[in-house]
Design a protein around this ligand. Structure first.
Ligand code: PEP
Ligand code: MG
Length: 542
């Protein structure tokens, strides 16, 4: 028995036979050629064949994991037309009089090394893409047929690394887990594994000469371990663990994939709240229709310096890519009050909840805001992003925000950096915003009601003060009437309105919210299926 630890990119536990995928089935030999132009012509037809294969993969991925994840195969098609890459290949053929396979292999290695040496994690991860397209070209030049993954029995895939095209070609129902020696959490393979709900481990120090197809293995995504040839005792413990996990899942699983629709046909969106990129797994596991609140301030907590534009961009992009075209509402920085960060240098305040926090900091210190907006606008290219501004009390604040967004837009355009202006909405979490929600609705794309703060500010009760728990009543008629008012004003202006505060997951109120016409409830991932159950068992019309 051999237990090896790695980094879990998706949780779950499985036991089954191993299939080891080796890449050295396509050895490249260097041979001398006479006619360089004939070799270059061979490359042209191999490129055509590769593009056809990639287009087929794109279409397959599009149906299975959505446009954002499928996009990588479009990118691969474009890479096959990259002039720098092709010039390097042609140059080797012409100057060294070598065969096309060799020229592609050398160029692929050189370019992959160049990307791997870059500081930027995203660019580093592209080294795998370069290798992927080069190997495809070589296979097509050499006339190799691709591996027939579809005919494999359900197995744990063990490999040095997995390329996106290998991952997506596999028949998901036949794959129990992935475990690779290399790979990054940023890689498309990790993203696809999460999308596919398949336990996956990367960075497992396995000796692929020792691991043989047909061996039994346990991949434990909770512990981050791969156990090869487990003992009888460990097998029994694992079987019990798998059963326990199954039972937990099965209870609610029946509701996965079902619509959030009432008995009389009214639908509502049920999204999830997250605080970090690592929470996306739970969003997918619980079948949320999107992310209704990503509390971006968590990226700023637990560190000594501001997260850079690039760090934020990577985090937002990863969320958007993994959500594969589903809506992702990212709330801008909501620091202050209970969320204190030393490096912001905020002064101690008498009433921090009524103090310098959230959008107020962003408007007073626009450089902090600008950095986040640049990251968001850049990330918007990679999925279905909505930006949401917290703690709004006036229309003037929205005007000021839009002015800064316009400036950031101009800046990015001048720098020729790709970006998109996403849907922009506000949190309605102050009584002031509720009272002018008719005017605000004209200015924004959506409302998301933050009942945690709305309750605090409406009932004048500090949400942090345990002694006031008995008075903190979010079912108060004032709160429910406010919610109704906000929803009605949003609808009058043709906008959508959701709830992302804790009240959205209050199962006693699901019926009332649906009847009020709330368009979206964004709740903790573990509550998604429970709220769905409520919706499916109620009628919207009394
Ligand atoms: C809210 O106030 O309801 C909300 C969702 O925001 P937070 O809890 O992060 O203040
Ligand atoms: Mg709030």
């Amino acid at each position: 028995m051999n237990v090896l630890s790695g980094k879990s990119v998706y949780k779950g536990i499985v036991m089954g036979p191993v299939v080891v995928l080796k890449k050295d089935d396509c050895q490249v030999k260097r041979t001398k050629i006479e006619d360089a132009e004939a070799e270059i012509a061979r490359i042209a037809s191999a490129i055509e064949k590769s593009k056809e294969q990639l287009q087929a993969l794109y279409e397959k991925a599009l149906g299975e994991v959505g446009e954002t994840s499928a996009m990588i195969f479009e990118v691969h098609q474009m890479m096959l037309e990259d002039e720098d890459y092709l010039d390097a290949v042609y140059n080797i053929i012409r100057t060294e009089k070598t065969n096309a396979e060799y020229a592609v292999a050398v160029t692929g290695d050189n370019f992959a090394e160049m990307f791997a040496g870059m500081d930027d994690d995203y660019m580093k991860a592209r080294a795998a893409d370069i290798k992927d397209i080069s190997n495809r070209l070589i296979r097509n030049l050499a006339g190799y047929e691709s591996v027939d993954f579809a005919n494999m029995e359900p197995s744990i895939i063990i490999a040095d690394d997995l390329t996106p095209s290998e991952t997506v070609q596999m028949d998901k129902s036949k794959i129990l887990a992935f475990a690779t020696v290399h790979g990054s959490t940023n890689s498309h393979t990790a993203i696809l594994a999460r999308m596919m709900n398949i336990p996956a481990l990367i960075g497992v120090p396995m000796d692929l000469e020792q691991v043989k197809s047909g061996m039994t293995a346990i991949v434990d995504g909770f512990e981050g371990t791969v156990t090869l040839e487990p003992s009888e005792e460990i097998r029994a413990v694992t079987e019990a663990k798998i059963k326990e996990e199954e039972e937990k899942k099965n209870l609610l699983l029946e509701l996965k994939g079902k619509e959030n629709v009432t008995l009389d046909g009214k639908s509502i969106d049920i999204f999830a709240n997250i605080g970090s990129v690592g929470d996306i797994g739970y969003v997918l596991e619980n079948d949320a229709g999107g992310i209704g609140l990503f509390r971006s301030e968590f990226l700023y907590l637990g560190r000594d310096t501001f997260p850079t534009e690039e760090e934020q961009f990577q985090a937002y992009k990863q969320v958007l890519q993994t959500m594969a075209g589903k809506k992702v509402v990212i709330r801008t920085l909501d620091i202050g009050a209970d969320k204190q960060v030393d490096y912001f240098g905020l002064e101690k305040e008498e009433n921090p909840a009524l103090g310098y926090r959230a959008i107020r900091i962003c408007l007073k210190q626009p450089d902090i805001f600008r950095t986040q907006l640049r990251a968001l606008l850049r990330a918007a290219v990679y999925g279905n992003l909505s930006i949401m501004y917290p703690m709004i009390t006036s229309t003037e604040e929205v005007v000021q925000i839009y002015k800064i967004v316009d400036e950031v837009e101009e800046e990015l355009a001048n720098e020729e950096i790709p970006f998109k202006i996403p849907e922009q909405g506000i949190m309605v979490e102050t009584p002031a915003a509720v009272m002018i929600s008719d005017e605000l609705a004209q200015m924004v794309d959506f409302f998301s009601i933050g009942t945690n703060d709305l309750t605090q500010y409406t009932l004048a009760i500090d949400r942090q003060n345990e002694k006031l728990d008995d008075f903190y009543n979010p079912h108060h008629k004032a709160i429910l009437r406010m919610i109704k008012m906000v929803v009605d004003n949003a609808h009058k202006a043709g906008k959508w309105a959701g709830i992302c505060g804790e009240l959205g997951a209050d199962l006693d109120l699901t019926e009332e919210f649906v009847r009020m016409g709330v368009d979206e409830l964004s709740v903790a991932p573990s509550m998604v299926l429970k709220v769905r159950k409520n919706v499916r068992e109620m009628t919207a019309e009394i």
